[in-house]
Design a binder for this molecule. Sequence first.
Ligand SMILES: [Zn+2]
Length: 83
Amino acid sequence: MAIGHEHWHEQGEIYALGALDEQELKEFEAHLASGCAICEAYVRETREALLLLHRSITPMISCDRPGSRPQYLPPLPPPTCRA
Ligand SMILES: [Zn+2]
């Protein structure tokens, strides 16, 4: 278990995003099931961080999608989606 724990941390980040493929998911869940408290805590922390990040960016992207308007144009009037 001492070997390659960085690998599990990488997997843990992707796991927290829900983006592991089927094989990796099986391996990581098996690792968690083996009782690794480090990875369990790591996944929990990563999920909490992602949740905060998600909350902080959601209002922007739901209102005015990035890339839908060139950056060099002057700001738009207040978005209609505020209502
Ligand atoms: Zn671990």
